[in-house]
Design a binder for this molecule. Structure first.
Ligand SMILES: Cc1cc2nc3c(=O)[nH]c(=O)nc-3n(C[C@H](O)[C@H](O)[C@H](O)COP(=O)(O)OP(=O)(O)OC[C@H]3O[C@@H](n4cnc5c(N)ncnc54)[C@H](O)[C@@H]3O)c2cc1C
Length: 398
């Protein structure tokens, strides 16, 4: 069986390495990236100077080839031809497949900002992006990051690591708005500001100032922030163009069923590009889990994907933030238990969901309590029961 995978992110590599273990399966992986596989979350660690370039790569290219994965770097795919069961590369080469897996990931979303095309404005997704930012930032003293989410904070840490004075601009009224509630975000903001970052909340970047290159940024709130470099980290959009143009069902992401099967026969999708039950998660654990389900079904097994509770961790601004599953009770079926230490250095929150006569953890936030985060993560995964008294005890650290 000839399997073709498009994309060399965590979903594509997970699938490729699993597939080549099976006798009779040939795997060709096409990617537009010029570098061998690297773990994408390490991109900001490299940029911040805490990880040398050579350690960003897990293995040399030959390691994958030796295991049977035929890697095709710098080989962008131009289109899919599902009726002929082949893909067409940008150089015109046609590649036939028995099974095709789309793991084209996502790309940064850039909101409409006047002057955003000026030199010195970057997004951060690939190692190539990080190398370009590193080069440019070497001649800058002030940086501005659009987006106070996980990636924005990591980008801010990276610029600070390079010695720049850094401003973070977040459209929502709190940092990490997807992963944190108001209390948790306020604690995080305190830590961030104490380290010298400037934070503007409820503000948007309106215009990039400067003759051809960034000299400053005007905000929707009226302030002008001086900066010679701007990084936009305002969310991602699935790379679903190939699927859309080939007539597959797409609604922002490529629509997949619980087997990660798309609307076209023998074509599967997994990771950031896939949309399952209305959600494109865009996090690593989901990409890995979906890739494994796709592989099982490609191999003829009947594996089904269930949405995982999203788990995210931030540990880059001198504070350990963990967020899992539901963080705010959506209705009366859920109840929150929370506790902040007197010095506001530790915050714990557990959201319970009542199911008949029992209750389970639906989600949690921990700030600076790694041990509890680990314990709660496992309990959420096991859908373990927990009583309100137990939840109260845990958040109080008993
Ligand atoms: C800097 C950074 C830090 C992050 N940190 C975290 C974190 O701490 N925790 C977490 O859970 N998630 C994190 N994420 C998100 C996480 O990296 C993604 O969810 C994950 O990489 C998705 O994997 P994927 O394989 O689906 O897609 P991707 O990693 O995006 O890989 C897609 C691949 O497809 C290639 N491709 C796209 N189109 C084509 C084409 N036409 N032809 C050929 N190749 C193509 C791309 O170049 C890319 O190599 C982070 C993301 C970034 C950018």
């Amino acid at each position: 069986m000839k399997c073709v995978i498009i994309g060399s992110g965590v979903a594509g590599m997970t699938a490729a390495l699993d597939l080549v273990k099976v006798e009779g399966v040939e795997v060709d992986l096409y990617t537009d990236e010029v570098h061998p596989y690297y773990y994408r979350p390490q991109v900001t660690n490299f940029l911040a100077g805490v990880m040398p370039l050579e350690r960003v790569f897990l293995h040399p290219l030959s390691w994958y080839e030796e295991r049977g994965v035929r890697m095709h770097l710098d080989s962008p795919v131009a289109r899919l031809e599902p009726d002929q069961k082949r893909i067409i590369l940008e150089d015109g080469t046609a590649v036939a497949y028995d099974k095709l897996l789309l793991t084209t990931g996502s790309c940064p979303f850039v909101p409409p900002i006047e002057g955003v095309q000026k030199a010195g404005v970057f997004t951060i997704r690939t190692l190539a992006d990080a190398l370009a930012i590193k080069d440019f930032a070497a001649n800058c003293t002030q940086g501005l990051v659009v987006g106070g989410g996980l990636l924005g904070l990591e980008a801010a840490r990276a610029l600070k690591g390079m010695g720049l004075e850094v401003t973070i601009v977040e459209f929502m009224p709190r940092l990490m708005p997807v992963q944190l509630d108001t209390e948790g975000a306020a604690i995080l903001q305190g830590f961030v500001e104490a380290q010298g970052y400037h934070v503007f909340l409820g503000a948007a970047a309106k215009a990039v100032l400067g003759e051809g290159k960034v000299e400053g940024v005007t905000l929707s709130t009226g302030e002008t922030v001086p900066a010679q470099i701007m990084i936009v980290a305002a969310g991602v959009r699935p790379n679903s163009r190939l699927a859309q143009e080939a007539g597959l069902s797409v609604d922002r992401g490529v629509l997949v069923d619980e087997r990660m099967q798309t609307s076209a026969p023998d074509i599967y999708a997994a990771g950031d590009v896939a949309r399952f039950e209305g959600i494109c998660w865009a996090i690593v654990p989901t990409a890995q889990a979906q890739a494994r389900i796709a592989v099982a079904n490609i191999l003829g097994q009947d594996a089904r994907y269930e949405n995982l509770a999203p788990v995210t961790a931030l540990k880059v601004v001198g504070i350990e933030v963990n967020s899992m599953g539901v963080i705010n009770p959506p209705d009366a079926s859920c109840e929150a238990f929370q506790y902040t230490t007197a010095d506001a250095s530790v915050y714990r929150k557990i959201v319970l969901r009542y199911e008949g006569h029992s209750s389970v953890i639906a989600g949690a936030i921990t700030i600076n309590d790694k041990l509890l985060a680990k314990k709660l993560g496992a309990l959420i995964e096991q859908r373990a029961p927990m009583t309100p008294a137990e939840a109260q005890g845990l958040v109080e650290g008993k």
